[in-house]
Design a protein around this ligand. Structure first.
Ligand code: GDP
Ligand code: ZN
Length: 315
């Protein structure tokens, strides 16, 4: 049988078949996945093949024997075991990044770091500017300006209000037939929006985000939910960003789509777009083709400022 992993709590996995039947499943023996040194072999979002244990006909359980290739996956680094990663979720179709201008403020540097990671993970991001009901003209202009920058690069941007319901239908329509996640700083309105989309779905995002403390190892268990319309949400407790991706300096500009498009015009093919002469990226920044804020974010990632981006994205 084939099914989708909805929940993982250590040794048991909740797997749902296409017919909608749910079975608790285990793994037998050792599972090794290509290329990932992971503390958990199976994650929420995985598609797995399993055999039903026929010994217990009343409450049948399954034994997972195969994991289908993942389209993508997100990880966090295990706190205790160096080099080990914990796969939080896989096969994510899209993530909605909630942004608010001033309550709380979301910086362009945070947005860009998020987008870089999402690009590296091959996960589509949609930018939702939330709380538009609260903005004065000046703040709305800022929303328009940011939306313009990110639309030019190719990201879809929508102004929404989780409390008045503005454009919530649009978000719902985009979720149809897809697995979605919601991200953003604590307080941007993730729970409120998800509640507007699906009342009564009580996500963990909020509850756990307040009790984070560095150094304390809280295991991150993600969970998938079927919504009342044809959509799925993966809820990951306390995640505002996307965790760590190990990137070489040379590949970072590949995850800025508008840089990637131009970089073959740089004089040096290993150009880092910092000090080098005849750099197409710096040229484009000067001409206003690439936004200065994007370039600033790029430089700060290259220079490794703000190291916490790599180590503490989980609060
Ligand atoms: P989370 O931490 O991202 O889950 O944020 P919450 O959903 O808990 O929202 C934080 C606060 O912002 C709550 O007081 C919400 O009522 C409020 N809020 C969320 N969305 C909106 C919105 O679109 N407009 C307004 N005015 N307030 C909002
Ligand atoms: Zn260059």
């Amino acid at each position: 049988m084939t099914g989708l992993v909805y929940k993982s709590t250590g040794s048991w996995y909740t797997v749902k078949t296409e017919l909608g039947t749910t079975y608790p499943c285990r793994i037998k023996g050792k599972f090794r996945l290509q290329g990932i040194k992971s503390t958990n072999p199976i994650a929420v979002g995985d598609i797995v093949d399993f055999d039903l244990d026929t010994d217990n006909n009343e409450n049948p359980t399954g034994v997972i024997k195969y994991i289908h290739d993942r389209k993508n996956y997100i990880v966090r680094k295990s706190v205790n075991l160096s080099k080990q990663t914990h796969v939080i979720a896989s096969n994510i179709d899209q993530v909605f990044l909630l942004i608010t201008i001033d309550n709380p403020p979301t910086s362009t540097s945070f947005i860009d770091r998020f987008l870089v990671t999402a690009e590296a993970y091959s996960i589509k991001t949609v930018l939702l500017f939330n709380k538009v009901d609260t903005y004065d003209k000046e703040t709305l202009d800022e929303v328009r300006y940011l939306a313009h920058i990110y639309r030019e690069i190719g990201y879809e941007c929508i102004g929404v209000s989780a409390t008045t319901g503005k454009n919530v239908d649009k978000v719902k329509a985009m979720m149809d037939d897809k697995v979605s996640m919601f991200a953003g700083h604590s307080g941007v309105g993730k729970s409120t929006l998800v509640n507007a989309i699906e009342p009564n779905l009580d996500l963990k995002t909020k509850a756990i985000s307040t009790q984070h403390s560095q150094g304390q190892h809280t295991t991150t268990f993600a969970e998938m939910f079927d919504l009342s319309f044809n959509a799925k949400i993966i809820d990951t407790p306390g995640i505002k960003g996307f965790g760590i991706v190990d990137m070489e300096k040379e590949e970072i500009s590949d995850y800025f789509p508008e840089f990637f498009e131009l970089k073959q015009n740089c004089k040096f093919n290993n150009c880092l777009h910092i000090e080098e002469p005849k750099c197409a990226i710096k040229d484009a920044v000067e001409k206003g083709v690439i936004a200065e804020s994007r370039y600033r974010s790029y430089v700060s990632i290259i220079e490794g400022e703000d190291e916490h981006y790599r180590t503490d994205n989980y609060n």
